[in-house]
Design a binder for this molecule. Structure first.
Ligand code: AMP
Length: 636
């Protein structure tokens, strides 16, 4: 019998250690934990400190031992390369154990870092699991990042080995990865000893003798057993944008992560062993890591790994085709993907071509799901649409409609649902006091955070502490929102200098650094403009240095190219407006919120602290001249 949501949530807060130790018993530990929660020297809550386990073992060996050897573990569906391949648990275990053996021959041991720069291909999943098997710490970097971003991550993680694909396929365009890797290695101060290259039929990378190794050669090594590690041992580092140009290395551990994800597969997604989940994300993002790779395998499910796009590979029916072909029960993606499908197939004609009867739920995350998308998807698919909220830091959802629990209030348009067991989600005012229902405030979580949440930022204790220092006793999410009288929570966007472009976090500070480096630019502000397809797109307001006469279109072209070279196309940076001055407070702080409201055509009160209100009129006129803002920023 299913537990009620209210009972589960109450029990998780009343005695977190007992609640999660009970969940921990569901896993095959090498040494089961007796301790629930300890606080470490950096003030972080560490789960299951005296337990020992290995995540790769839980995802593969334990599943085979439970009789799932012949069952499909992973279905690779790649319309861009016209390939489909299924790996059983036994096959995935064999490949992973051999790859781990090969990596060990290259000197990779427990605690060493391995950077993975690959598209959504089975070899990337094997690489992640092979690292975990050795107790090595992987860091998957999204393949869309440009070489300088890759170099920053190399220098922060200092990997012993970098594993890359020779290339990826974007629609029908080949993107060679190896030249990007070479550029990043030339920029990095701590390059790895070895580069492992997975060659592809449509793109072959040049190999540098002595340093480069062929992925397939590693697969010929003798298989190795999983190395039991402490529950607190790092499993991976995943970089995400903060408010500065330097990315944050979110660390995840073996024990808490495994317990939380296994729990979430049942309680949040109502998935049993053998069920099929398709998560339309990239393994380089938190959603992909948790719900393409680890969550499904920890639960003995079948995961669909998709190398393609929601549209144009070959059409906007590709998700629906996969539902029919693979009998997908849960489809999980970002609202931007659904909006892209809706744009190309507004009447949902392509969906009607397929048998969608296996589908039970559509889950959405990465950005707020707007009510129009919620309604469109619900009507099209005839299944509940569940918006749920989380962050790279948490590693799994904090607010949701838990369809695997009983007596759960149904989803409501615009809301991300209710606090997930383990999370005491609070809405605080600026003084750190809880606000009444209906009042917007800062979304925070009362400590301790449950298992699975980040216990550290990689070698950055100061920035880690900053999450907890503002309001002692709380984790501050950086998002604003409110709770209604019925307890439903609503997220209203970031309250800091982070914007969300198609579900990806970008730091306005980092973008501003790039614009400010241009010789003609005196100062600048980057704002996220509302965008129909991507949620937000960045635009730059730029003040020229005295005496500079460069024309706006020329400057725009140069700045757009600079952002593309530094961050990558995923930034979607296309718009630059030259302005005479930026609106600031008397203390010199740029009034970003006001700028954003102005650009989006939202009503706003003139800030009392503004030094010169007339600037706003000038900017409004400038935006109108360029057709920017007012919610009609053109999509890139
Ligand atoms: P990331 O760490 O890249 O997953 O980005 C996390 C951020 O995305 C959050 O802080 C939110 O601003 C936003 N986000 C993710 N999911 C949702 C959601 N369901 N509703 C509203 N915002 C979301």
């Amino acid at each position: 019998m299913k537990l009620s949501y209210a009972a589960a949530h109450a029990a998780s807060l009343a005695d977190p250690a007992a609640f999660w130790l009970r969940q921990a018993r569901e896993l095959a530990w090498h040494t089961p934990p007796t301790q629930g929660l300890n606080r470490d020297a950096d003030g972080a809550d560490r789960w299951f400190a005296d337990g020992r386990l290995n995540t790769s073992y839980l995802c593969l060996d334990a599943q085979v031992a439970a009789g799932r050897g012949p069952q499909a573990a992973l279905i690779y569906d790649s319309p861009v390369t016209n390939t489909q391949r299924t790996y059983s648990y036994a096959e995935l275990l064999d490949h992973t154990a051999r790859l781990a053996g090969g990596l060990r021959e290259l000197g990779v041991e427990a605690g060493d870092r391995v950077l993975i720069y690959m598209p959504n291909v089975p070899e990337a999943v094997m690489a992640m699991l092979a690292c975990a098997r050795l107790g090595a710490v992987h860091s998957v970097v999204f393949g869309g990042f440009a070489p300088p971003e890759l170099a920053v991550r190399i220098d922060d993680a200092r990997p012993r080995v970098l594993i890359c694909a020779a290339g990826g396929m974007e629609f029908d365009r080949v993107i060679p990865y190896k030249p990007l890797v070479e550029q990043a290695l030339a920029l990095a101060t701590h390059p790895p000893a070895h580069v492992v290259v997975w060659q592809r039929e449509f793109v072959q990378a040049e190999m540098r003798p002595g340093r480069d190794v062929n992925f397939n050669d590693l697969l010929r090594a003798a298989p190795v057993a999983a190395v039991p590690v402490a529950a607190t041992h790092p499993l991976y580092i995943l970089y995400t944008s903060g408010t500065t140009g330097r990315p944050k290395g979110v660390v995840r551990d073996h024990g808490g992560h495994a317990v939380a994800l296994r729990y979430s597969m049942a309680a949040l997604y109502d998935l049993a062993p053998g069920d099929v989940i398709f998560t339309g994300s990239d393994i380089g993002w938190a959603v992909g890591s948790s719900y393409i790779v680890y969550g499904p395998l920890l639960r003995g499910c079948t995961t669909v790994l998709f190398e393609g796009k929601p549209v144009r590979t070959p059409d906007a029916g590709t998700f629906w085709r996969m539902v029919e072909e693979h009998r997908i029960k849960v489809l999980y993606t970002a609202p931007t993907a659904i909006r892209a499908i809706k744009k190309e197939d507004p009447d949902g004609l392509l969906a009607r071509k397929y048998d969608l009867s296996s589908l039970r739920h559509l889950f959405l995350a990465g950005e707020r799901c707007d009510p129009a998308t919620f309604a469109w998807a619900g009507a099209l698919l005839g299944v509940p649409v569940v918006d749920h909220w989380w962050q790279t830091e948490s590693g799994w959802p904090m607010l949701a409609t838990l369809v695997g629990l009983a007596e759960m209030p149904p989803p409501r348009a615009g809301s991300a649902g209710f606090p997930v067991p383990g999370y005491d989600v609070c809405i605080l005012d600026e003084a750190g006091q809880p606000v009444p229902a209906g009042t917007t405030g800062l979304v925070a979580v009362r400590l301790p955070l449950p298992p699975g949440c980040f216990p550290a930022l990689w070698q950055d204790a100061d920035r880690f502490r900053a999450y907890h220092d503002v309001y002692p006793g709380y984790y501050l999410s950086g998002d604003g929102g409110y709770r209604d009288a019925d307890g439903y929570c609503y997220l209203m966007g970031r309250v800091d200098d982070v914007i969300n472009v198609a579900g990806h976090r970008l730091s306005t500070g980092e973008l501003e650094e790039i614009l400010a480096a241009h010789p003609a630019v005196a100062e600048c502000a980057v704002l996220g403009l509302a965008d129909e397809l991507r949620g937000q797109v960045p635009a730059g307001l730029v003040v020229l240095k005295d005496g500079q006469t460069i024309a706006e279109p020329a400057l725009e072209q140069e700045l757009v190219a600079a952002v593309r070279a530094r961050i990558g196309a995923l930034a979607c940076f296309r718009q630059v407006l030259v302005v005479a001055r930026l609106p600031k407070t008397r203390s010199g702080k740029i009034l970003r919120k006001t700028l954003r409201q102005l650009a989006d055509g939202e009503p706003f009160a003139l800030p009392a602290t503004i030094d010169d209100p007339l600037i706003l009129d000038e900017i409004r006129a400038g935006l109108a001249r360029r057709g920017l803002g007012q919610g009609f920023a053109p999509s890139c």
